[in-house]
Design a protein around this ligand. Structure first.
Ligand code: PNS
Length: 164
């Protein structure tokens, strides 16, 4: 039978528990989930692409039908390369909708074979974003329960290295 493969794309700078919750729920819906890290983001990431991939790989170690890859270029081309049928995106709030809707429709136009599935995050994480994680961390706030411990350790290492 044909495998149902989903791609969960993002910048993941860094991965947080809202992402992890979505990934874990996706693994029960699809035969395989490919977490796809955008390599060359215009957002000037805190962590370089390979480090984001490594961080995610460590977190996925216990999820057998899930792996991490990086990509550049068009998402729909990457989805084709993976033989995937679907892009999964989290929709936290109404404010996410416009950007996500534009992206889903553009992707559909570029490759009508690819569907986009929107998932609501677990309610504990509806306010969580990588941007707020970084801001709270560098201002000394408590991120317990919001990011995986390994991610927190990487943030602490980065802070120490950069003398921040
Ligand atoms: O975590 P993010 O930054 O919201 O993820 C955005 C991402 C990586 C899904 C998006 O920027 C993307 O798909 N980039 C690849 C370029 C692309 O395919 N653009 C056309 C769709 S509008």
């Amino acid at each position: 039978m044909k495998q149902r493969i989903a791609v969960y794309p993002g910048t993941f700078d860094p991965l947080h528990n809202g992402h992890m919750n979505l990934i874990e729920r996706c693994t029960t819906l699809f035969d395989e989930v490919v977490v796809a890290v955008l390599r060359n983001s215009a957002k000037r990431p805190l962590f370089a692409g390979p480090e984001r991939v490594e961080m995610i790989g460590e977190q996925l170690a216990n999820l057998p039908n899930c792996r991490v890859e990086s990509f550049s270029g068009l998402l729909v081309d990457f989805v084709d390369q993976m033989n995937a049928c679907c892009v999964v995106r989290g929709l936290r709030a109404v404010s996410d909708f416009e950007y996500e809707f534009q992206m889903a429709l553009m992707n559909k136009r570029l490759n009508p074979r690819v569907e986009t599935l929107f998932m609501a995050p677990k309610e504990d994480y509806t306010y969580l974003s990588s941007r707020t994680v970084k801001e709270v961390f560098f201002l000394g706030g408590n991120l317990e329960g919001l990011v995986p411990e390994r991610v927190l350790a990487r943030l602490q290492k980065r802070k120490a290295e950069d003398g921040l």
